[in-house]
Write a protein that binds this ligand. Structure first.
Ligand code: NAI
Length: 255
C-alpha cells in the first residue's frame, strides 16, 4: 500500500473501537505499519484483522493506558516490532457514563469518578508522551496527535472532569509542541464534535435530533471523518503544523 504515510510506523491507543479503529485503518490505508493498542485485547485484535484483510500491516498490543509500566512496554513493543515510531495517536478515552457520572453536575461527581476520568483521559496522554517523545527524539523526529474534544475548547454540562481533562490535553499538546519543535517532533490535538461511536450511543439515542439541530452541518460525525484529520496531521503534509487543536465538529464550536 502507498499513501501519505508510506514507510512510516504508528501507534494508536484505544485502537479497538470507534475513532481509534478508524484512524488505525486510515493510517494503514495510507501506508503506515500500525501498532493497535487497547485494553480490550479482543477489540484491538479485530482492528488488526481488518487492517491485515485489506492488505495493510498491523500488530495488536494490550494494556491499560493509565498504567505507566504498560504504556512504556507498549511503546517499547511498537519500536521493537517496526524499528522506529514515526506517528502516535494518543486517543484512548472514556465518557462520564463510564465512571458512573452520567447526567451529573460539577458538585455531584464523586471523587472516585473525577480521579478515574483524569487518569484515563489526561494522565494517560502525558504517560504516552513521556515514553513516545524519547523514542522519536532518538530517531530524529516524529508526529503525535492527541485526542481532545470540543469539550477541550468549550464547557459542556454534565461532563465536568471530562471537560477538565480535555482542556488539559490541549495544554499538554501546546507545551510539548513548544518543547520538542527543535528536535523535529510535532504535537497536535484533534477535537471531535459528536461522533457516532459506542461511547455516544446512549446520548445519541436520547437526543441525536437536538445535537444535529445544534450542529451547522446538521448531523453527527463519523469516526472516519476524524481519522482523515489524524492521518493528515501525522503526515509530512502537515510539516508546518504544531501545537494546534483542530475542531472536527461539523461547525459545532463555530456557533
Ligand atoms: P470508544 O469507546 O468507541 O473507543 C475508545 C477505546 O478506548 C475503546 O476501544 C476502549 O477499550 C479504549 N480504552 C478506554 N480506556 C482505556 C484504557 N484505560 N486503556 C486502554 N484503552 C482504553 O470511544 P470513541 O468515541 O472512539 O472515543 C475515542 C476518543 O475520542 C476518546 O478519547 C474520546 O474522549 C474522544 N472523543 C469522542 C467523541 C465522540 O463523540 N465519540 C467526541 C470527542 C472526543
Amino acid at each position: 500500500m502507498t499513501g501519505i504515510l508510506n514507510g512510516k510506523t504508528a501507534l494508536v491507543t484505544g485502537g479497538g473501537n470507534g475513532i481509534g479503529r478508524a484512524a488505525a485503518m486510515a493510517m494503514a490505508r495510507e501506508g503506515a505499519r500500525v501498532a493497535v493498542a487497547d485494553y480490550e485485547a479482543e477489540a484491538g485484535g479485530a482492528t488488526v484483522a481488518l487492517i491485515n484483510q485489506s492488505g495493510g500491516q498491523a500488530i495488536s498490543l494490550s494494556g491499560d493506558v493509565t498504567d505507566s509500566a504498560r504504556v512504556k512496554a507498549m511503546i517499547d513493543a511498537a519500536v521493537a516490532a517496526y524499528g522506529r515510531l514515526d506517528c502516535a495517536f494518543n486517543n484512548a478515552g472514556i465518557a462520564p457514563h463510564q465512571v458512573d457520572a452520567a447526567g451529573m453536575f460539577t458538585s455531584d461527581w464523586s471523587e472516585e469518578s473525577f480521579d478515574r476520568m483524569i487518569a484515563v483521559n489526561l494522565k494517560s496522554v502525558w504517560l504516552c508522551l513521556k515514553y513516545e517523545i524519547p523514542a522519536m527524539q532518538a530517531q530524529g523526529g516524529g508526529a503525535i496527535v492527541n485526542t481532545a474534544s470540543i469539550a477541550g475548547l468549550v464547557g459542556l454540562k454534565n461532563a465536568t472532569a471530562y471537560v477538565a481533562a480535555k482542556h488539559g490535553v490541549i495544554g499538554l499538546t501546546k507545551t510539548a509542541a513548544m518543547e520538542y519543535a527543535d528536535v523535529g517532533i510535532r504535537v497536535n490535538a484533534v477535537c471531535p464534535g459528536f461522533i457516532r461511536t459506542r461511547m455516544t450511543a446512549k446520548t445519541l439515542e436520547a437526543r441525536e435530533d437536538q445535537i444535529a439541530g445544534r450542529t451547522p452541518l446538521g448531523r453527527v460525525g463519523r469516526p472516519e471523518e476524524i481519522a482523515e484529520m489524524v492521518v493528515w496531521l501525522c503526515s509530512d503534509r502537515a510539516s508546518y503544523v504544531t501545537g494546534a487543536a483542530y475542531a472536527v465538529d461539523g461547525g459545532w464550536t463555530a456557533t
